[in-house]
Design a protein around this ligand. Sequence first.
Ligand code: ZN
Length: 469
Amino acid sequence: MTKIGLEIHCQLTNLKSKLFCSCKANYREFEINENICPICMGLPGSLPRLNQEAVKKATLIAMALNCTTPNKIAFFRKNYFYPDLPKNFQITQLNIYGDTSIGGAGSIIVGDKKINITRIQLEEDPGRLIYEGSSSKNQITLVDYNRAGTPLVEIVTEPDFENPKHVREFLNILSDLLENLGVSDPTLEGAMRADANVSIDGGKKVEVKNIGSFHDLEKAVHFEITRQNSLHDRDIEIIQETRHWDDKRKITISSRSKEEDLDYRYFLEGDIPWITIDPEIREKLKLEMPESISSKKERYVSKYNIPPQVADVLSSDKFYSELFDKSHTESNAKEIANIITTDLMGLVDTREKREESKITSTHLRDLADSIQSEKISRISAKNALHEILKTGKSVVDVITELDLGTVSNESELSEIIKEVITSEPEAVEQAKSNPQTINYLVGKIMQKTKGKADPKLSLDLLKQQLDDL
Ligand SMILES: [Zn+2]
């Protein structure tokens, strides 16, 4: 059986400052090497000061993943030399003197399988290397320390995954969960990175490092399983090794050395005392914890009778579920869920579009009410949405300005229906013998009125005229 375990690195992107200094956690908005200070550069004499908010956010993640949370946490130095690591050690966590990392054993349900979480640790991100030059001869490596010291949570799982699809399902659930907790924005470049260990039946464990996005993680796991199976089929031994993911060529490459835990010479970080996490703080965090995605889904289905598939889509997206919760009332909830999942999600499908969009909960409420009171048709509502997203104008103004109001004037509709009946003799014959086909004619009426015809009235009038023929 194939076994896959993951180490997910997730930046706490919603924090104001880095893990041990007051430089900004949002390093992305800075010019190269401008978001640095003596602490994150590890200059002699500088002392780290732990970001309390980071401890709280990481504890939230641990609790959401059903992990144990210790009363005391400790930090360790992981020593290694690499250009992106200014101090030559990374401050991280380790469970060597008992469970002192931010989260202990936990679990999460993915599909119908339980994935066990080994532990969760809070640590600092290193800097970033930038490679320039087109060939190996003129290649240069630049280093940007803006990211050094950014708060990072590492989530380590047991090797409980059996295939890449299973990995992808987990990643989808995890990134929705992190977003819902308000701790991280998984869509930011570099916010989610991962290592994976993969072994096939009877083979040794291979670690794949350096996977820069969730998208690539599934690919890397797939590549590695295929590579190991191919070796196995040719009776070539699969050796235990560390491989790196090459994100340009989309393959894994053997890396020469493999560090063991011993090589890192872990020792307690003497500049940071052991931190006691008061049970009161944990209780408070529990109370502050946002409603979980599964409980949201359950609420949408049981309270508002929203179909489970729609509730699933709606509840797993923080942005849209918040918009829904702000705008709906008992009577329009289903309509609003419908507008969001069938129209709005398609129109606003990127981070940029979300930021630019001018839609508010009032717009959604007014739009749903206009549909329910038959002031506009669903097709017109979609046209109105386009305009609202761009301009932020009120629903009433948009309906008037774009003349989107429902055509419900009987004589006006009757004239239009007459025209349709005259121009579609074949369809009329069919509709008379087989009433199931009448929708084609309704479609034609909608076409002529640009989707504005009152659907119920149109159908009634059409049936009447067909009977009179
Ligand atoms: Zn700093």
